[in-house]
Design a protein around this ligand. Structure first.
Ligand code: SME
Length: 188
């Protein structure tokens, strides 16, 4: 199968954007790329009930598909007001984030998508990697409407994310809604 982004033969099953070319994408290009990612994620995850596998798959597909994505991953809600890093791609992420802190905490607290065009101007922004310049955080809800995680994406270019990313990412995290963490089998 040819990679539909570059028409190359590499990365047979993953859309791979050129990260050395951080060109901004216009709204139409973004929508089309998100459509491809959503289509592929739905196909790969069909019949798979596990939430962790779904988060890892979504983080991988998104991270590779967009040239302006630098850190892409999930923070799971592990206590009433605490998030813990989950599946991600990129440089080292902070482990725990309280709801009172950072962009992730605010998105979790307010249960809404937060777009930060310039992280330097966001009070309380948590800099896991100083290369990050802009950020978007999208809440992940379960079937009962409870917050189970947030999806966090960082970019090294300022103003990388807008309402198109917000709408499309909100649609993609809907894929996670019916899934649950499967317990690990500790004994044969
Ligand atoms: N910047 C985030 C913390 C997570 S890292 O970016 C991976 C925040 O302020 O919540």
């Amino acid at each position: 199968m040819r990679n539909p982004i570059h028409g190359t033969e590499m990365a047979e099953y993953t859309l791979v954007a050129d990260k050395t070319d951080p060109a901004r994408m216009d709204a139409g290009e973004k929508r089309e790329r998100y459509r491809l990612v959503a289509e592929q994620a739905a196909a790969v995850l069909e019949g798979e009930p596990d939430l962790l596998a779904a988060m890892a798959t979504v983080a991988c597909l998104l991270h590779n598909a967009f040239p302006y994505y630098y850190w892409t991953g999930f923070y799971r809600r592990v206590a009433a007001e605490e998030l813990l890093v989950g599946p991600y791609q990129g440089t080292l992420g902070c482990l725990r984030i309280h709801f009172s802190r950072g962009v992730c905490g605010r998105a979790a607290r307010e249960r809404r998508t937060i777009v930060v065009p310039d992280v330097q101007t966001f009070p309380g922004h948590i800099a896991c990697d100083s290369a990050s310049a802009s950020e978007i955080v999208v809440p992940v809800l379960d079937e009962a409407g409870g917050l189970i995680a947030v999806l966090d994406v960082d970019s090294t270019i300022s103003g990388a994310f807008d309402e198109v990313d917000g709408e499309e990412l909100e649609a993609i995290v809907e894929l996670l809604r019916p899934r649950r963490l499967l317990p690990m089998a500790l004994q044969g």
